[in-house]
Write a protein that binds this ligand. Structure first.
Ligand SMILES: *[C@@H]1O[C@H](CO)[C@@H](O)[C@H](O)[C@H]1NC(C)=O
Length: 244
């Protein structure tokens, strides 16, 4: 009788408030990198091999200090080692909490560490959000819908190689600039943006807009990056252990 009551009570709770961990990669636990999502590798632009080789891979390994990590490696000239997380699974009008911890073996201009990228309606909007280096400053950018829009910087921080950084994103997948927004957390603290306030108010979803983690562009040099955790959930507490 008692358990029946409990069951009835739980079934009445609105589903949205229940926390759900959607992606949970933890290198220290020994997880395979594929826990992050769908492998996405590219040599020269458009050359997308089906399998990894020693010039282009994401492997279970350690960082240079010996800490377990997924090692993302690209020989000079190769353009992409990424995991496309939540592969065609994100939905409009939801709030996603994302934790991402990484360190860098090299820092180079135009290297992109994170993309919030559209996959179906790319003529409407391509990459609403990204983390991209401008020289040695990692910048957080928003790009509005439209073919003639430019990527707009909201924040930047000079980074160093060999340091573990914990990043958090909260992204609300509104389809308009009135309903969509994003926030950034750095080493556990909310980031005050250069334009004032804590919100990037903008369109965050078109047909299918998903997160990508790893290393894209900056192909003029050999790239090594190390990822310790990628976690995505439906509440802040789902990812708090990763965001610092
Ligand atoms: C941005 O979005 C947040 C969250 O919905 C809201 O509280 C804030 O008022 C918005 N800011 C502007 C300038 O519209």
């Amino acid at each position: 009788m008692k358990s029946l009551h409990l069951f009835t009570f739980l079934s009445l709770l609105p589903l949205a408030v229940l926390s759900t961990v959607l992606v949970d990669y933890d290198a220290a636990r020994g997880d395979a990198p594929s826990v992050m999502g769908h492998l996405n590798i590219e040599k020269a632009k458009g050359d997308r091999p089906k399998t990894e080789d020693d010039s282009l891979f994401i492997r279970t390994s350690v960082d240079p200090a010996g800490t377990p990590a997924a090692h993302f490696h690209r020989a000079k000239g190769n353009i992409r080692t990424e995991y496309h997380a939540m592969f065609y699974e994100t939905e409009a009008d939801k709030t996603y909490y994302i934790g991402y911890s990484f360190s860098l073996g090299v820092i180079t201009h135009n290297l992109v560490l994170f993309q919030w990228k559209e996959f179906i309606e790319q003529e409407l909007q391509r990459i609403p959000l990204n983390l991209e280096f401008d020289d040695d400053v990692l910048t957080f950018n928003y790009q509005a819908p439209g073919v003639n829009t430019k990527r707009v910087r909201y924040w930047g921080k000079k980074l160093e190689v060999g340091v573990k950084y914990d990043v958090g994103f909260v992204i609300h997948t509104g389809r308009s600039s009135e309903t969509g927004w994003a926030r950034l957390y750095w080493d556990g603290k909310p980031v005050k943006l250069e334009k004032g306030g804590y919100y990037v108010n903008g369109t965050m979803f078109q047909g299918q807009t998903d997160p990508k983690f790893g290393a894209y562009r900056g192909e003029e040099v050999e790239i090594d990056t190390y990822v310790y955790n990628v976690k995505i959930g439906s509440t802040w507490s789902d990812v708090k252990d990763v965001t610092g």
